[in-house]
Design a protein around this ligand. Structure first.
Ligand SMILES: [Zn+2]
Ligand SMILES: [Zn+2]
Length: 282
């Protein structure tokens, strides 16, 4: 397994190091917030042990900068921009983020090759292979291949000091092992893209409805709820419903489906498709 030092990612030292496992410490806090989550653009910030990571670049540079500042963070201090897949709502501003904020970009070679040329040249791209883990000092980023209909999509588990945060969106369908992955994390962004009734009665053409509900599409509110209920006693401490569709879902419906599955007392948050979320620290 290949890991990269934080020195390497900051361009100070290009060494690639081999490290067997992440350290475990109890006094480390993981901080995260979503800058925006939905089919109109995605970007999620995660910070732990002084390492600052941004996942996906689907909103404008200006929005990203302003929304990070709302939680007292400077986007120019981000150590790495890590891209999940080549769909526009995740990579739209990758070139801008790199040129304006000088962020090194991590993605798979296939994702890079699938990105439209009109995004501009990406000059500082570091490849990982789908399924590999990246290491940034004490933080491990596990990449998990998904059956989503992208060139080479991945979901993420960010691990630090024994705490594990999942970024589980654009999943395709409930692939084998997904519920166990969800049960393995302490907290997660969890895709609840659509309400099945809204989608079926909504304005989308049939081929698009088939794509969304098909094996390479997105998870519905009910599918996410089913996954949560499968976790049993290994439920994450909280989840944030994420990647909601504008036309085919409502935050209330996504939240209600999860609460029906795991009870009203269970903490279900919402990663908005219009604004920065609250900051979670635990
Ligand atoms: Zn997406
Ligand atoms: Zn996608």
């Amino acid at each position: 397994m290949r890991f990269l030092t934080v020195a390497a990612l900051r361009g100070l030292d290009a060494r690639v190091v081999l490290t067997p496992a992440c350290r475990t410490r109890d006094d480390i806090a993981v901080i995260t917030f979503s800058l925006q989550s939905g089919s109109n653009g995605n970007s999620i910030y995660v910070e732990a042990e002084g390492v600052r990571l941004l996942f996906d670049a689907g909103i404008s540079g200006r929005q990203a900068q302003q929304r990070m500042a709302r939680h007292g963070r400077d986007i120019r201090q981000v150590d790495a921009l890590i891209i999940s897949h080549d769909h526009e709502d995740h990579i739209r501003a990758a070139g801008v983020f790199q040129r304006k904020f000088k962020l090194p970009i991590y993605m798979t070679r296939k994702t890079h090759e699938a990105i439209p040329r009109d995004l501009g040249r990406l000059s500082d791209v570091r490849y990982f292979r789908s399924g590999e883990a990246l290491r940034f000092d004490g933080v491990c980023v596990h990449t998990i291949p998904t059956p989503h209909d992208a060139a080479d999509g991945v979901a993420f588990v960010i691990e630090c000091g024994g705490r594990r945060l999942g970024i589980f969106t654009d999943l395709g369908h409930c692939f084998p092992g997904l519920w166990a992955l969800l049960a393995s994390v302490n907290a997660a962004y969890l895709e609840t893209n659509y309400d099945p009734d809204m989608l079926q009665s909504g304005p989308y053409p049939e081929h698009l409805k088939r794509r969304i509900t098909g094996p390479g599409g997105h998870l519905s509110n009910d599918e996410a709820a089913e996954l949560l209920s499968q976790c049993g006693r290994s439920l994450p401490e909280w989840v944030a419903v994420a990647h909601l569709s504008e036309e085919n879902n409502l935050p209330e419906l996504a939240l209600e489906a999860q609460h029906r599955a795991v009870g009203r007392m269970y903490p279900v948050h919402h990663a908005s498709r219009h604004d920065v979320s609250q900051m979670w620290e635990w």
